[in-house]
Ligand binder design. Sequence first.
Ligand code: SF4
Ligand code: SF4
Length: 138
Amino acid sequence: MIEAINAQSLACGSCHMCCKLPSLEELNKPADQWCVNCEVGVGCKQYNARPQACQAFECLWLHSQKPHIDPKLRFPADMRPDKCHVMLNKKADGKLFAHVSAERPDAWTKGKIGNWLRRENQARPVTIICNGKQFAMA
Ligand code: SF4
Ligand code: SF4
């Protein structure tokens, strides 16, 4: 996924948080642990054999960097998941999940990402996932 993303856009840079924060059923990977295939700073060691879920994935931050997105809706660099410790995943049905690093469990309440999540939660429910727990934002 990392190499694919980098081929599309340099925006991901050294982030790799999608290879750490969410669980990955296909590889029996628990949440908040590096995927065994992730070489941090380099990319996916099994790029050609990576699971379908990886091939299809882009976090909301990366999506916002796409050229067709209104620049006013583009997330700033410091909201990239490795910077703000929160990775946003919008499902096809519109549900929004915020995967939060267990090392920074309050990251979703802070700064720009906290403000954005509070606003978003007024429009649709946001689910926070952190440290093995999952709960709806109040
Ligand atoms: S979490 Fe998002 S920004 Fe980070 S590597 Fe994955 S897709 Fe790119
Ligand atoms: S298989 Fe590759 S792309 Fe998928 S989570 Fe692991 S390192 Fe990332």
